[in-house]
Design a binder for this molecule. Structure first.
Ligand code: FES
Length: 71
């Protein structure tokens, strides 16, 4: 499913970016990981939700990633 029509990013693209070694900590970093940047910003909340779900699914495998705001 396309979640960002400006950059033609799918939910799978977002999940893939969240599983990369350099886990993005913000929606801006997700765009950067995928070689683009925010345009209209309408998708930001959806991308954030997908990020949260992906990081939650990563659970204990997450070492100091975005799920821990102190690191
Ligand atoms: S829909 Fe993603 S930046 Fe416009």
């Amino acid at each position: 499913m396309i979640v960002c029509s400006c950059n033609v990013l799918s939910d799978k693209d977002i999940r893939t970016a969240c599983c990369a070694d350099e886990r993005p900590r913000s929606t801006g970093q997700v765009y950067g990981c995928l070689g683009c940047s925010a345009q209209c910003g309408r998708c930001a909340r959806t991308i954030r939700r997908i990020m949260d779900e992906a990081l939650e699914a990563a659970g204990g495998a997450c070492n100091g990633c975005a799920a821990d705001p102190k690191s």
